[in-house]
Each structure stands twice: as structure tokens, then as C-alpha cells.
Design a protein around this ligand. Sequence first.
Ligand code: BT5
Length: 259
Amino acid sequence: MNQYDLNKLLSKLNLGDIRYFESIGSTNDEALAWATSGTKDMSLIVADEQTMGRGRLDRPWFTPPGTALAFSLILHPSVEERPHLSRLVGLAALSITKSLQTLGLYPEIKWPNDVLLNRRKVAGVLLELVWSGEDIECVVIGVGVNILKRAVPDTDILRFPATSLENVLDQPVDRAEILYGILAEFLALRPQLATDALITQWEKVLAYQGRQVQVEMGGEKTVTGKVMGLESDGSLKLRDENGKSVTVRFGDVRLRPYA
Ligand code: BT5
């Protein structure tokens, strides 16, 4: 991949400016720095390697050179989109699942931001907001996808089992094709951000539906219950052991007993 090939590959898509880096700290950091300096909507940063890739809560995200997709999109949400920004993580994860479905795969979304293949994490989404006073100026959506086996970190540092497309597919994987597919799906889904259809599609691929899970919400705080689906803002709906509905807005979902 290089800047020229990337521009050519993505020229048919309605994107903003595109920047390519051989190696970078984090595409999200670069996007956050770039976002407020007059970027166009749907501007894109792609890197071959990240040396300081981040997940949520500043957890590390590994992107060794030549093995994965790591990119960030800068969005300038419209007035209609603004009340629905909490759904953007789902929209991004759904774009990944839809593009993987075209390869004959059956991905699932582990709420809120992980894409799983065979119950292992193949991709993650990191959404960050840029504020201007009390208003959200733009949104940065970071996406990491493990393409080759070498992208998968050692098990000892993983919070959850991981995999790559090379692990699950018998055929060679074209990284550029996957990038194109995810971005094309994102552009096609974006007009549905404010509609219930987005939540319906997200629920269809939601992992652990009807199963007992534990959600770690940071620190010692956890909640357990059966996965019932999603609220209209993309929060997770659980039913606890007393039959009471519980809504979860942030956390890491694990099957009970642990898996
Ligand atoms: C995520 O966080 O899954 C969000 C990942 C977003 C990465 C993209 S890459 C482009 C953009 N630039 C960035 O700097 N980030 C975004 P979270 O759910 O918190 O998961 C983080 C956890 O995933 C870590 O604690 C590790 O256990 C695990 N992990 C790290 N690298 C991984 C990998 N390559 N594959 C699978 N799991 C990984």
C-alpha cells in the first residue's frame, strides 16, 4: 500500500482527503490533531504500522507492519445525525461485519465495539469525540482489523481470544479490498444512522443473544444478565436474575461462565 495506490483504490468512494503513513503512533491521534484544522467530512488516515495504537481506556492495540488494517475516519456529523452519535460505534462495527459477510464469513458484534469470527476478536472500533465548548465538532472513528496471522498478539496480553482473516479463510486476503469494502459499507449505512433499521441490523449480528453474560463496567463494577438486544441508542439491554431490565451504556461483555 502507498498513498498513490490508496488514492486510486478509493477514488470511486465519496471520501474527504486521504493520508497514508508507513508508520505512525496512532491513526486516531493523527485524526484528532487533523480534525479541527478544516478537514472535510469522511477524511481518512490509513497506516501500515501503528507503534502506539490504542483501544478503549488507553488499552494497547497492536498493528505490526504489513499485517493489518488500521485507519481512522473523521466525520463532521450533520444536524440530523447529532442526536444519534451513540449509534456510530455500531454503524462502524456493522460496516466491518457486512464487508466480511461478502467473503462468506459469519461475523458477530460483541457489544459494543468488537467484531468476532468464530467467537474470537478479529477487529475493534475506537470512537472519540472532538469538542468545541459544549458542542461536538467532529467524531473520529478508528478501526483495526487483523488480516494476517502475524497481526494477532500473544495470548498473554489479550483480554479476549483473537484471530485474523488469514486464520479463518483458506484463500489469500487482499487488505486493500477489505478496506474498500468496509468504507463502501460505511457510506451505504450512514444515511440509516437515525433510523431503527440500523439497530435491527446491529441486533441481527449481536453476539450472545439470549445468553447469560457479565459486563465489566470499569473498576470492580459488573452487571450480569441475559442479553435481550439493544436500546434505540445502541445501549445493551439485559435482563437480570430478578427479571428486571438493565441498560448498559459502557463495558466489556463476557459470557458466563467465562469464555
Ligand atoms: C478496541 O478497544 O478494540 C479498539 C481498537 C481500535 C484500534 C484502531 S486501529 C486504528 C485506530 N487507531 C488507534 O490507535 N486505534 C484505532 P478495546 O475493546 O478496548 O480492546 C483493546 C484490547 O484488545 C487490548 O486490551 C488487547 O487485549 C486486545 N488487542 C490488542 N491488539 C489486538 C489485536 N490486534 N487483535 C485483537 N485484540 C487485540
